[in-house]
Design a protein around this ligand. Structure first.
Ligand SMILES: [Zn+2]
Length: 236
């Protein structure tokens, strides 16, 4: 079931919950890409009767477990079904988590892997072509946080603006409000914005700036696009 259908592009938010998993499929009539691949992505794709040869690649917003946890299963599955076409993976520069996972997989299976995996770094301002879509990287601001320890490390993290035949989808990934999000969503046909905190009052200002958005802030940003969907809501 599609979450959104535009003139050319469709979005299927396969799953999205903060601290659990997030995977979003963006597709047109021929091909599809995944933005993030959290736990359960293989199950999610299987249950929507996905045609695997349509998958051209994956784009990761950052390396937190809830956005990358399903990648290993996905690679194993694609090997099992004998995929032959190259799988392209784009990551924020410095996102070692995805590279570690791919390298670990290749260390074990490279001699019996029927397809190539190409991992490419992206930085804000750079763009890539994937499945005939233009993927433009925008800066996100995302720090880790651990209960008891507070805000921890700064992560390489990106937002993406995906364009196909003039139709634009903006995806925030995880980000604090100090990222230049207005540029990301401006005039987009659809904005998909993270809204981890229910309300700005639920979090202190530093968290809202550096870690995650709240629903009210996400709505204000989303309204700058023609339509918006809030995702990555926290556990209620
Ligand atoms: Zn995160």
């Amino acid at each position: 079931m599609k979450s959104w259908c535009g003139k050319y592009l469709a979005v299927n938010i396969l799953y999205s919950k903060a601290g659990v998993a997030q995977q979003i499929m963006v597709s047109h009539d021929r091909d599809a890409i995944l933005v993030d691949a959290g736990d359960g992505v293989l199950r999610d794709l299987q249950s929507c009767d996905f045609k695997w040869d349509q998958l051209k690649g994956l784009v990761f917003t950052h390396g937190h477990f809830d956005h990358i946890g399903g990648l290993y299963s996905l690679l194993g599955f694609l090997r099992m079904i004998g995929r032959e076409q190259m799988l392209k993976i784009f990551v924020p520069k410095g996102c070692d988590e995805v590279k570690c996972m791919v390298n670990c997989f290749l260390q074990k299976y490279s001699t019996t892997l029927p397809f190539h995996i190409k991992v490419t770094d992206l930085e804000p301002g750079q763009s890539a072509d994937l499945a005939a879509m233009n993927i433009e990287a925008y800066a996100a601001v995302h720090f880790g946080s651990i209960k008891g320890a507070g805000i921890t490390n700064h992560l390489p993290a990106l937002c993406y603006r995906i364009t196909f035949k003039g139709e634009i989808i903006a995806i925030s990934g995880d980000t604090g409000s100090s990222a230049p999000l207005y540029d990301l969503v401006k005039e987009a046909d659809l904005a998909i914005i993270e809204a981890t905190f229910r309300n700005s009052n639920d979090a202190n200002e530093e968290y809202l700036k550096k870690v995650h958005l709240s629903e009210d802030i996400a709505k204000d940003i989303g309204k700058l696009a023609k339509e918006y969907i809030l995702v990555h809501k926290g556990r209620r």
